[in-house]
Design a protein around this ligand. Structure first.
Ligand code: TYD
Ligand code: MG
Length: 469
């Protein structure tokens, strides 16, 4: 049997190194290498890759008894997703949770991960199924108090209030659960593995264990994962590779709106977004997003532009705001971006200066997406740039104008996907003008489409559309 070997694994990029170093040779991160034993699993000497290849030629079965199948003989309906009972979440997942799958639900502390999953557990248990919550962060009494706020308690909801995963396999002896939620993957531990809960080795070992339990018992597992300030899942990136689906819950703690997105999904589309509102009785599906997103908008105020955004299949209007002010003294200019990409904002400021003659030197620029929503698509460039230009010039954009398009470094306005959906949603909500890339098709009746080839042209056009025309 091979001797256990020591190696070092980077907690930032998950790369390995034979020797310890202060800086990861792969990604350059400082102090990120952690020692781990690279020991072969028990009985590894009989692992299939070490066996005599002759055994395979003689027709020995593969270790897990798998057989080659003709794809046409496979029943595509053998394993279908099961609805969670939360329609917005099911839409993101493409129908629901698949038995035997493992989903990682990431998000910042306090965003509502535990609340959302408790609602899922309650909904599935109310359909008459057995479900289990492994609560490593909250006591049994805390979970009960939270659950009571969310409605009547079904008998099928079971609780394992511990972080010790060695007792988890016992759960299948009586009433095997169809859905298991582990809150959180950074707080559970496997006593057979060294290291503190949350350490690289523990997170990997626990995830491995949970993935094999899910596959073995054909139960759906959902793991809560904490997210660092930078937005990455705390722990190795491999965590994302080990699971089937990665969902991300986002939202500003000071706003009610929460979005749930599929970042990775082996069984369906990514990019779909579910909209929830945090209420006194947990997370509720948002039926009228514009009450939260455009409800307090002051049409005609400088620095405000409306973007018809697209997330997955859904088009959603979002107000982007900018405020500019002279920089104080010799201090460097401040650039602040909330809900919009800071790098993109810096780029657009430079493009406005160099390509559209909008002066922003010695000017502080603050930009935000209203309502606690996060806008990441490049299609937001044009609306964001117009909000900044409108703010610095003190000239409001027409109140019934929307704008979308990617802005290139040459100042050109580029085509983006989903133009018809964006125009249709803007028209439905009552907007009458759309400033768009030159290749964009015509809009629906009642919507005037104004083509802009460059950012300079767009800034000039946006200020010349007569108000209320
Ligand atoms: P929580 O689910 O504990 O967040 P996470 O697990 O992501 O850390 O949500 C915490 C917040 O949600 C907390 O500020 C209280 C609030 N909340 C409500 O507003 N309504 C509710 O019904 C519940 C259960 C929580
Ligand atoms: Mg929690």
């Amino acid at each position: 049997m091979a001797r256990p070997r020591l190696q070092y694994r980077c907690s930032a990029c998950d790369g390995t190194a034979a020797r310890w170093a202060g800086r990861c040779p792969a990604c350059g991160e400082w102090n990120s290498l952690v020692e781990e034993a690279d020991a072969p699993a028990a009985g590894a000497s009989s692992a299939w890759w070490e066996q005599d290849p002759g055994d395979f030629r003689r027709g020995a079965a593969s270790p897990d008894g798998a057989r080659v199948l003709a794809l046409v003989d496979v029943d595509p309906n053998a394993c279908l997703p099961r609805p969670t009972g939360l329609g917005e979440l099911d839409a993101v997942l493409g129908g629901g949770l698949l038995p035997g799958s493992v989903t990682l639900l990431g998000g910042e502390p306090g965003v509502g991960k535990s609340t959302l999953l408790l609602q899922v557990l309650l909904a599935v248990a109310r359909q008459g199924h057995e479900v289990l919550l492994v609560s490593a962060e909250e006591s049994a009494a805390q979970v009960r108090r939270r659950a009571e706020r969310l409605g009547p308690l079904p008998a099928g909801l079971k609780l394992l209030p511990t972080g010790d995963l060695s007792s988890l396999p016992d759960a299948w002896r009586e009433g095997p659960p169809e859905l298991v939620v582990v809150d959180s993957v950074q707080a559970v531990f496997d006593p057979a593995t060294g290291g503190a809960p949350g350490s690289l080795g523990q997170v990997r070992a626990c995830t491995d264990l949970l993935v094999s339990l899910a596959k073995h018992h054909a139960a759906a597992f959902v793991l809560v994962g904490h997210v660092t300030k930078e937005g990455a899942l705390a722990g190795p990136r491999t965590l994302e590779h080990l699971v089937d689906t990665v969902l991300s819950v986002e939202g500003d703690r000071h706003h009610a709106l929460r979005t749930v997105r599929a970042v990775k999904h082996r069984f369906g589309p990514v990019g779909e977004v579910g909209l929830f509102e945090m209420t006194d009785a947990g997370l509720a599906a948002v039926t009228d997003p514009y009450r939260l997103l455009l409800g307090d908008r002051r049409p005609g105020a400088p620095g405000s532009a409306v973007l018809p955004g697209v997330e997955g299949q859904r088009a959603l209007l979002v107000e982007l705001q900018a405020l500019t002010a002279p920089s104080a003294g010799d201090a460097p200019c401040r650039r602040s971006a909330q809900g919009v990409d800071a790098g993109r904002l810096a780029l657009l400021i430079a493009v406005l200066e160099q390509r559209a003659g909008v002066r922003l030197t010695r000017t502080d620029v603050f930009a935000s997406a209203v309502g606690g929503i996060r806008v990441t698509e490049p299609a937001a460039d044009l609306a964001l740039a117009l909000a900044v230009a409108s703010a610095v010039r003190g000239r409001p954009l027409p109140p019934d104008l929307v704008a979308f398009g990617e802005v290139g470094l040459g100042g050109e306005v580029r085509a983006v996907p989903g133009a018809p959906r964006r125009l249709a949603e803007a028209a439905r909500v009552g907007f009458r003008h759309a400033l768009v890339p030159s290749s964009c098709p015509d809009g629906p009746p009642g919507m005037e489409v104004i083509h802009a080839r460059s950012i300079g042209e767009a800034v000039a056009l946006a200020c010349s559309v007569p108000e209320g025309a």
